[in-house]
Design a protein around this ligand. Structure first.
Ligand SMILES: O=C(CCCl)NNC1=[NH+]CCN1
Length: 329
């Protein structure tokens, strides 16, 4: 109801951005993921090993939790991680925006990368409900459930490099971005916040057309995974850049000057991704070689993750299925 704002805190190296939610009165820090559509949480039903170091939702301690008899979930993500378990409903409050009867996916199994990431205790899926994995009856996302009672059917991501930002539901805070938002149509057929990317330019260079690729805005992915056309053109302007098998992608000398990348969003807005944000992190403690925040993917759509969000304030409009962007304030 109304609106809600929560602080988005980056994990080390900005691997993901975490924010607190309340489930049945239990406060739990979660990873907000605009690239998936399940709200699942670490629970006391996991093995003791899996629970170690995490905040584990305890359904027996919530007076409002209701089991969804016969329901189950099983999800796997683009990076190969995954979770599975049972389902119930409970009241979820995110910064004041509240949904009663929200499907809560109670993990009974999680992959190792989730176990070892003790800062995160589950995911809040914010893509379209058609991607939700609950069976036999697919469930709605928090945003889908909240929309009707939010002041506006929107949520925004204000993610910052190495600093706290925010997720906001029901309101667009115009003090957080420069100028006005540029809006692009979202292609909802895939269930992602997906839009067209028709051209790009590197630094002050010429604009190059892409062959009609698309991209998704995915807060749950750390890097910006773009087409090889974009990635090749970009790193051709970075001296010492090369594919580095031992690092698992393109690296460059940490002293390299990184140009800005301009990518078209929806055909009428060139989103600037700052070169500084494309310097993701050193590959080792010597600080000599740095790993690129822009990496290639053969996936279509492209997966534009947190590296893009660090340069662009993003608004997701579920009322008219559009995505708005502007440079951060
Ligand atoms: O799974 C994806 C990619 C969708 Cl194409 N993003 N969301 C996410 N959550 C955890 C790891 N990655």
């Amino acid at each position: 109801s109304g609106s809600g704002t929560v602080t988005a805190t980056p994990e080390s190296q900005d691997v993901e951005y975490l924010a607190p939610i309340s489930i049945g009165g239990q406060s739990i820090v979660m990873d907000f993921d605009s690239g998936s559509s399940d709200l699942w949480v670490f629970s006391t039903q996991l093995s003791a090993t899996a629970q170690k170091g995490h905040t584990n939702f305890d359904t027996t301690k919530s007076t409002t939790f209701k089991t969804m008899t016969g329901a189950a979930f099983s999800i796997s993500y683009g990076d190969g991680s995954g979770a599975a378990g049972t389902v119930g409903t409970d009241t979820v409050n995110i910064g004041g925006a509240t949904v009663t009867g929200q499907a809560i996916e109670v993990a009974t199994a999680v992959s190792s990368s989730f176990v070892s990431d003790t800062n995160s205790n589950g995911l809040v899926g914010l893509a379209f409900s058609k991607l939700n994995t609950v069976s036999p009856t697919q469930q709605k996302t928090f945003f889908d459930n909240a929309m009707a009672t939010l002041a506006q059917p929107v949520f925004t991501a204000d993610l910052r490099k190495g600093a706290v930002g925010s997720y906001e539901f029901g309101n667009i805070d115009s003090t957080k971005f420069n100028g006005s938002l540029s809006w692009a149509a979202v292609n909802t057929t895939t269930g992602f916040w997906q839009f067209s990317n028709s051209k790009f330019s590197v630094g002050t260079g010429a604009t190059t057309a892409t062959d009609g690729t698309q991209a998704i805005a995915d807060t749950g992915t750390t890097l910006m995974l773009a087409s090889s056309a974009i990635v090749t053109a970009y790193y051709s302007q970075v001296s010492g850049a090369a594919n580095d098998a031992s690092a698992g992608g393109i690296t460059f000398p940490c002293t390299a000057t990184l140009p800005d990348l301009n990518v078209d969003v929806g055909g009428n807005y060139m989103a600037l991704v700052r070169g500084d944000d494309i310097n993701y992190a050193p590959v080792d403690s010597t600080g000599t070689t740095c790993f690129g925040g822009l990496q290639a993917t053969t996936n279509d759509p492209q997966i534009w993750g947190d590296i893009m969000f660090k340069s662009q304030f993003v608004a997701f409009n579920g009322g008219n299925n559009s995505i708005g962007m502007a440079p951060h304030q």
